[in-house]
Write a protein that binds this ligand. Structure first.
Ligand code: M6R
Length: 608
C-alpha cells in the first residue's frame, strides 16, 4: 500500500528518494512523486501516474541538487490514480505525503473552503495540507501547526511534512500507519518500511503510535501530541541488501518460493529440539501453568494469514484433546459482536505486522483482556510491538505481493505453539516425537518437491494458462490449502479461482463445471483418499478438466496428475501448497502479468 520516504542531509535528495520509492514498489501503488526544497525554500514537486520508473524519467528533466525532500507511492483510496491525486500535495507553504485515511476530511474541507482555500485534487491528504497551512501563521512554528492539525483530524496517518520557509526540517507523525527514522552522522532518512533504509543506515528509530518527530540532518527530536518532548530509543536494524535482491531469479515470488526450505529452517531453529524431541518458544511469555490452562485459541488474520490459521487449526486440535480453535477473518471480527470464552489465547497472524484490520482486532481483543500472541514476520512492526508475546517467523523480507514463504512459516510457528501447549498438557512422548521428527524433515521435503516437480508444473501451467476460471478442492487439511492455492492463482494470474471443501462441491459449485473451467483436486493418501477420489470422479463425469495433485502412488484418472513422493503424513499439506505456489507463478508468467506487483493489490494493507 502507500509508501513514504524522506531525506535531509548533505546529498542530492531526489535520487535517494526515488531509490527509496523503488524499494517500496513491492507494496503496491499506482502513482508516485517526490518534492524537494532548495536552501531558499523553492519547491520542486514531480509526480507521475504509473511506475516509479516514469517518475525517474521526469526527474532527469527536472534534476535538482536540493538536499531535503519527501516522496510517496500512492495506492488510490480517495480519488482515481492520476497525477493530480498523486502525493506530495502542496497547499500554501505546506507540502506533505500521507499514508492512511483522514475520515473527517469532508468536514474539514468545508471549513477550509469557507476560509478561501481551493483544492486541486480529490484527496483527503490535500485537505490535511490545507489544515496545517491554515494553522501555520507567523507566530506559530511548523511543529505547533502540525500538532494543531493532528488534534483536529479523525483517522489514520503516517505523515511527512515540509514547509517552504523552513528548509531545514521534516516533521513526521504516526497514528495507525508505520514510520521509521534512520539516522547517520549528518543525514536523516524517513521511510514507512525498513526496506527503504537498508544500505543507508542500520541505526533506526521506530515511531510509536501518537508520536511526532522533528527531523533535521543527523538529528531527531520526538514529541507527543501535546508537544511534550520524549526520549528516542535508537535500535539496530537487522536486515541486509542480499535479502531484498532477486539473486538471479526472474521474480521475487519465484525466489521466495525457492527460499522456503531455508526460511522454514529459520522458523524452526532453536525451537525444535531433536535431542529431547520437544519444542519450545522463547517469546510467548507464558508459564507451563498458563499453557496448561489454555482451553481455546482464536486465530486472527487476513488473506493468506487467515488461511495459514485455518490450516494450523486442524493441526493444533489434533495435538490436544481439550482445546478448541476458531479462526477469524480480521475485517469481520473487528465489527462483529463476538464472545471470547475464558482461558482463550489469541494468535494474531500477519506477515507485515501492519495490516489495519488485524491490528484493530488485536486492540479489541486486548481491550477484552485476552492474551494476544503475535505470529509476525516484520520485526518491530506495529503488531509485534503491541502483542503480549509471540513468535517471529523469521522468513526475512517478503517482497512479492503474493505471499508464499510467510504462509509456510506462519503455519509452522502456529504448529510449534500447538506443540508447546500440548507438551504442557502432557502429550505422549511418542506422539510428540513423531510430530517433531516430521517438522524437522519438512524443509528437506519442500526442497525435494521443488526439485522434482517444478519443471512439470511449469509445463502444466502453460497448458492451463488460457482458462479464465478454476475450482480448487480439498478435504480436511487440504481444504485450507485449496483456499490458499486459489487465492494465489487469482492474485497473480487474474483467473477467477475458487477454493472449496471437496465434499461441498455437490452442494452447489459442481454446477459450474464446463469447458471454461479447470479443476484442481488435492488428494491426500490418507483415510479420506476414497472420498476425495469420488469427488474427483464426479467432476470427471461432468467433463471437467481436472489436475490432480496427490501423494498417493495409486494411479488416478485425471487430465493431468502431479505426483508427490514423500513419506510425510502429518505436514504433507504444506508440500501440496508449494506445488500450488509454483503453478500460480508459472500461469502468471505465461499470461505475461506483473508477477510481483499484481494489479490493484498492495503488500501491506494499512487501511481498512
Ligand atoms: O501482512 P499480512 O500477513 O497481515 O497480510 C495479510 C494479507 O493482506 C495477505 O496475506 C494477502 O492476502 C496476500 N496478498 C496474499 O498473497
Amino acid at each position: 500500500m502507500c509508501g513514504i520516504v524522506g531525506y535531509i542531509g548533505n546529498r542530492e535528495a531526489q535520487g535517494i528518494l526515488i531509490g527509496g520509492l523503488k524499494r517500496l514498489e513491492y507494496r503496491g501503488y499506482d502513482s508516485a512523486g517526490v518534492a524537494t526544497l532548495n536552501s531558499t525554500g523553492e519547491l520542486t514537486n514531480i509526480r507521475a501516474q504509473g511506475k516509479v520508473a516514469q517518475l525517474a524519467e521526469l526527474q532527469v528533466k527536472n534534476r535538482k541538487t536540493d538536499s531535503i525532500g519527501i516522496g510517496h507511492t500512492r495506492w488510490a483510496t480517495h480519488g482515481a490514480p492520476s497525477v493530480k491525486n498523486a502525493h506530495p500535495h502542496t497547499v500554501g507553504r505546506i507540502t506533505l505525503v500521507h499514508n492512511g485515511i483522514i475520515e473527517n476530511y469532508q468536514d474539514l474541507k468545508h471549513i477550509l473552503v469557507d476560509k478561501g482555500y481551493e483544492f486541486q485534487s480529490d484527496t483527503d491528504t490535500e485537505v490535511l495540507a490545507g489544515l496545517i497551512d491554515s494553522l501555520y501563521s507567523d507566530d506559530t512554528n511548523l511543529l505547533d501547526a502540525v500538532l494543531g492539525a493532528l488534534r483536529l483530524v479523525v483517522g489514520a496517518y503516517g505523515l511527512a511534512v515540509i514547509a517552504h520557509d523552513t528548509p531545514d526540517q521534516i516533521i513526521v507523525a504516526r497514528s495507525g500507519s508505520p514510520l521509521i527514522i534512520g539516522l547517520d552522522d549528518e543525514e536523516t532518512f524517513i521511510a514507512s518500511d525498513a526496506s527503504a533504509l537498508i544500505g543507508h543506515t542500520d541505526q533506526v528509530l521506530y515511531l510509536k503510535e501518537g508520536e511526532v518527530a522533528v527531523c533535521k540532518a543527523g538529528d531527531v527530536q520526538l514529541y507527543d501530541i501535546k508537544a511534550n518532548p520524549l526520549s528516542a530509543a535508537v535500535e539496530t536494524l537487522e536486515a541486509d541488501m542480499q535479502a531484498i535482491q532477486k539473486e538471479g531469479y526472474e521474480h521475487f515470488l519465484l525466489k521466495e518460493i525457492h527460499e522456503q526450505p531455508d526460511t522454514l529452517r529459520a522458523t524452526l531453529a532453536g525451537r525444535l529440539h531433536l535431542d529431547t524431541m520437544t519444542a519450545s518458544l522463547g517469546g510467548i511469555n507464558m508459564t507451563a501453568e498458563e499453557l496448561r490452562a489454555v482451553k481455546n485459541i482464536v486465530i486472527v488474520g487476513c488473506g493468506t494469514a487467515n488461511y495459514a490459521g485455518q490450516l494450523a487449526s486442524y493441526f493444533i486440535e489434533q495435538f490436544t484433546d481439550d482445546i478448541s480453535v476458531r479462526v477469524e477473518i480480521a475485517s469481520e471480527l473487528r465489527y462483529r459482536s463476538f464472545h471470547v470464552a475464558d482461558n482463550t489465547v489469541a494468535l494474531i497472524v500477519s506477515q507485515s505486522g501492519e495490516t489495519a484490520d488485524t491490528l484493530a482486532c488485536l486492540g479489541e481483543l486486548k481491550r477484552r483482556g485476552v492474551r494476544c500472541l503475535g505470529i509476525v514476520n516484520a520485526v518491530g512492526s506495529s503488531i509485534a510491538r503491541e502483542v503480549d508475546g509471540g513468535v517471529y517467523v523469521h522468513v526475512g523480507p517478503e517482497i512479492s505481493v503474493a505471499s508464499s514463504k510467510a504462509f509456510t512459516s506462519q503455519v509452522a510457528a502456529m504448529v510449534l505453539f500447538g506443540l508447546v501447549v500440548a507438551q504442557a498438557k502432557g502429550i505422549g512422548a511418542k506422539e510428540l516425537a513423531e510430530y517433531v521428527q516430521e517438522l524437522d524433515r519438512l524443509p528437506f521435503e519442500i526442497e525435494k518437491v521443488i526439485n522434482t516437480v517444478e519443471d512439470s508444473v511449469a509445463h502444466l501451467a502453460k497448458e492451463y494458462a488460457s482458462y479464465e476460471h478454476a475450482l480448487y478442492m480439498g478435504r480436511d487439511t487440504l481444504y485450507p490449502v485449496a483456499l490458499e492455492g486459489a487465492l494465489k492463482l487469482k492474485e497473480i494470474s487474474y483467473i477467477q479461482a475458487e477454493g472449496h471443501a471437496a465434499g461441498e462441491l455437490k452442494h452447489g459449485p459442481i454446477a459450474l463445471v464446463d469447458d471454461s473451467f479447470f479443476e484442481v483436486a488435492l488428494i491426500a493418501d490418507n483415510w479420506l483418499y476414497e472420498k476425495s477420489l469420488s469427488n474427483l470422479i464426479e467432476v470427471n463425469a461432468r467433463g471437467g478438466h481436472v489436475i490432480a495433485i496427490t501423494n498417493s502412488q495409486k494411479p488416478i484418472e485425471a487430465e493431468a496428475v502431479v505426483q508427490l513422493n514423500t513419506d510425510l503424513t502429518v505436514f504433507v499439506p504444506l508440500l501440496f501448497n508449494v506445488v500450488l505456489q509454483l503453478f500460480a507463478y508459472y500461469v502468471s508468467l505465461e499470461r505475461g502479468n506483473d508477477v510481483d506487483q499484481p494489479r490493484n493489490l498492495a503488500k501491506s494493507v494499512t487501511v481498512e
